[in-house]
Write a protein that binds this ligand. Structure first.
Ligand SMILES: Cc1ncc(COP(=O)(O)O)c(C=O)c1O
Length: 227
């Protein structure tokens, strides 16, 4: 058993390292509901990319840990338009852009002294009413619009497939891989494909994921009292 956060980071990085892939895969440690002290433990074990779902948590932790200057903050949660200013300031990468209005605000509010905000288009790949994301058929049009905005850099696509009853998300992952190939035909640098979580990351990587988002596997079960 891997009981400490440091052990779990090492174990996840090692499992990922042993996986044969043609693409480079980045591990994003999803620290939602977890305290800054947990992030510091993961950082000490070499983890640098962290994902947050709630703006307030992103801001609080980014400020508390601003001495760790090489942490890369990823925002991966639903975005309300009144929260874009903080995301534009504190995140380096935003995975969950699913409407033009949000993209326009992020571009307008990105501080001038920071590099362009890296943006992924979130796709509602399982067509769930409750999920954020554009329908697959709208993803490329939104990508086109984002590519025009001055302070954003379009880097790829993200999805959170519906939990598969039999644990098999291959259909959704394959669709995302296809969409990503289409996107790259027009935007060769938009190569990121953010998909795969603690229970299904291996399958996501088989279908071309370049960013996997692991919460439970790194930090243990979440404390939903915070949500
Ligand atoms: C968008 C997103 N990605 C990844 C995760 C991490 O999930 P898991 O704990 O299953 O690894 C979460 C957790 O809520 C999430 O909301």
């Amino acid at each position: 058993m891997h009981n400490t956060i440091a052990e779990r980071v090492a174990s996840a990085q090692s499992a990922l390292g042993q996986f044969k892939t043609s693409q480079t895969v980045k591990l994003i440690a999803v620290s939602k509901t977890k305290p800054s002290s947990d992030i510091e433990q993961a950082y000490a074990a070499g983890q640098r990319h962290f994902g947050e779902n709630y703006v307030q948590e992103l801001v609080g932790k980014a400020q508390a840990l601003n001495h760790l200057t090489d942490i890369v903050w990823h925002f991966i949660g639903p975005i309300q338009s009144n929260k874009t200013r903080d995301i534009a300031r504190f995140a380096r990468v935003v995975h969950s852009v699913d409407r033009l209005k949000i993209a326009e605000r992020l571009s307008a509010q990105r501080p001038a002294d920071l590099p362009p905000l890296q943006v992924l288009v979130q796709v509602n790949i399982s067509d769930e009413d409750s999920k954020s994301g554009v329908p697959p058929s709208d993803a490329l049009a939104l990508a086109d619009a984002i590519a025009q905005l001055p302070n954003l850099q379009l880097v790829g696509l993200m999805a959170v497939p519906a939990p598969a009853i039999d644990g098999d998300n291959s259909h959704a992952f394959a669709q995302m891989q296809q969409l990503s190939t289409q996107l790259q035909q027009k935007y060769a640098n938009a190569q990121e494909l953010s998909m795969g979580m603690s229970d299904d990351w291996q399958q996501a990587v088989e279908f071309g994921a370049t960013m996997i988002r692991l919460g439970t596997a790194i930090f243990g079960a979440r404390n939903y009292a915070h949500e």
